[in-house]
Write a protein that binds this ligand. Sequence first.
Ligand code: G6P
Ligand code: BGC
Length: 852
Amino acid sequence: MDSIGSLGLQQGEGAPSCPQEGLPCPSNSSEMVQECLQQFKVTGAQLRQIQTSLLGSMEQALRGQVGPAPAVRMLPTYVGSTPHGTEKGDFVVLELGATGASLRVLWVTLTGIEGHKVEPRSQEFVIPQEVMLGPGQQAYSIDVVAVVNDTVGTMMGCEPGVGPCEVGLVVDTGTNACYMEEARHVAVLDEDRGRVCISIEWGSFSDEGALGPVQTIFDHTLDHESLNPGAQRFEKMIGGLYLGELVRLVLVHLAQRGVLFGGHTSPVLRSQGSILLEHVAEMEDPSAGAARVHAVLQDLGLNPKASDAEWVQCVCMAVCTRAAQLCAAALAAVLSRLQHSREQQALQIAVATGGRVFERHPRFLSVLRETVMLLAPNCDVSFIPSVDGGGRGVAMVTAVAARLAAHRRLLEETLAPFRLTREQLAEVQAQMREAMAKGLQGEASSLRMLPTYVRATPDGSERGDFLALDLGGTNFRVLLVRVTTGGVQISSQIYSIPECVAQGSGQQLFDHIVDCIVDFQQKQGLSGQSLPLGFTFSFPCRQMGLDQGILLNWTKGFNASDCEGQDVVCLLREAIRRRQAVELNVVAIVNDTVGTMMSCGYEDPHCEVGLIVGTGTNVCYMEELRNVASVDGDSGQMCINTEWGAFGDDGSLSMLSTRFDASVDQASINPGKQRFEKMISGMYLGEIVRHILLHLTSLGVLFRGQQTQRLQTRDIFKTKFLSEIESDSLALRQVRAILEDLGLPLTSDDALMVLEVCQAVSQRAAQLCGAGVAAVVEKIRENRGLEELTISVGVDGTLYKLHPHFSSLVAATVRELAPRCVVTFLQSEDGSGKGAALVTAVACRLAQRTRI
Ligand code: G6P
Ligand code: BGC
């Protein structure tokens, strides 16, 4: 026998050494008793086998497979959340007693988080005979809010404060347990998120291989004589209804063999059900003393001798110790299941215990606890006794359901303005079209529609080495681009632009840029060479030619002084002059949308739109020159930088703007500006989410209503978290981990809600972006008088590339709103620096041609 077996009778707390020497028993009585008691001993190996087999049976049932033997049932209870601690209000619970003859009315007042206290008051009513036997309809009608299993009631009634109580264990007349399972593991539920409470119904566990070796002849007799032979075999070894009966069968057996009661039984002892759990518990109670045991036996019509009390106590202990050990094996199976489903090696968990066996039996819990420690050594389990039976838990289920419903309502109300209808999106598309037309005509419009002086995409004959700068996205890059017959080769280096430089003086910013160029040239062995340079400058510029661009205003995180209204190429040339050492030949200034379009256009001639959804957002496209009022000439095309980030700055988007958009705008460095960009791009989505989370916290919907300092911190919630959180491959557990890393400790319910917030915000962003693209491609189609347009859009930007659903939502919206355009989205792989070099190359090619 291994260590667990030794927990049995001989060393059990308060166990007498049975049988005692010198008692006046028949000569072989000691062996006869030992033989009986021996049958109730269970070894560690047997308990482990039960644990393993039960776990297998549970997992099989979760997968929805029906095994050959009647297995445990694993019934989902539709309770998806444990108490929060914030539940408030008055709840009435009706408890129909086991016999149906009494009705207990329980009034539970929950007082919320402040000194969370559950104060139950209850009264029992006898149901009059005429009501019990009547037609079942009385003057009152009751709305049944929740029908709750007693294990669930026990778990839910557990006082919070000792960590999550996610297992309910009942050993009453029968036995059962429930626990919180990940919903995605429950095949019958079509649900992949959150948790659900599963009632295991382990009483029906009956694997012959595991239970057979621990069953005694008394178990077989009990089963045989029961109302449901062959069923609930596990329960019949543990439940309070059966413990007394097992003891009775052993006593009858021993009495009939002359070992007990002088060989006499009594009619009471011989009648089924005469020994109750209360009798067993009382006789085993070490404080009871022999006189009490005698009294119980006498009540059973027996005439015990002095020695009989000791023997009877031994029998009671044997039966109950086995019950507690078997129950421990089953609980250990649940703990293993939890460890596995939560992928946690070491589990810390509270188990709420309820039922008369726990309440009455003096040793049941201690044996259970010791055995669990041995069977599940990695689990730190605390047992919390249920104070008021399952009734209070039922109130709690109702309260939790009420809380969840109220929270869901508030969440839905908060997110409703983010859920745009097709009509709203079509309206955005129409307004965008109007603003584009006005902008092109030079009329007042929030879309500036800036000419770029890029008139053609590369034709493949461009050659040479070019320098490129790429400023305005996440990274500042300097590139060497070699355009050869074999294609384009790029060497590049990323340099940082510290925030103090981006928001310092213009001189400082451009000196820093030139320093980086010089460093790059040295590293590439290009010092002293004056290569043609293309400058990707991702801000709105009014261009008068390819190499002239007046910065209209800074956007995103840039705000360097004395630059707005200045020609950026001049600012760069001045900085070069200040540095003296270098000579640079700036040929073209290019917006990143244009760089992206050119870069993708090198591979696909259908690429006539450039889209950026990164730190900021913007679009450029090839427009008919005749439509561009500010540039002379009626034939041919020119790429137009729409600067759509500013769309809505004239108030036209105010219908769609939420209070959260307003907060983000107000706290930005350019309030009132770039309103469309602030609803779409990476620099702002995380902030919108953060403001929504703050609001939901203030409503008590999130984080138990407790504001955390971290969440008050601007920019703490990066847009990359949206991409991570919304990734389909992540379980909620990982979502929690991401948020916990941010110092936001949350429950599974919180995690689910944060996910929904992220989804609503990014979905709106993608749909707005799609409505904008639909406006642009429809305009191109109409410009060309085509029934159907086939076109490609070159796209770049971290949000578009990293977010798991953004690109497909944009495409779906475009399909919906521009059904006559077949749009292919091409992701730019090399950034827009390559495009800037290509623009430069085209310019050099054209210049050479004019010279010839
Ligand atoms: C491209 C360009 C950058 C541009 C960026 C947008 O790759 O090379 O100049 O601004 O995409 O993306 P980001 O997410 O970095 O803002
Ligand atoms: C700028 C655009 C740029 C876009 C994407 C916006 O803030 O105004 O010029 O194309 O960001 O980087």
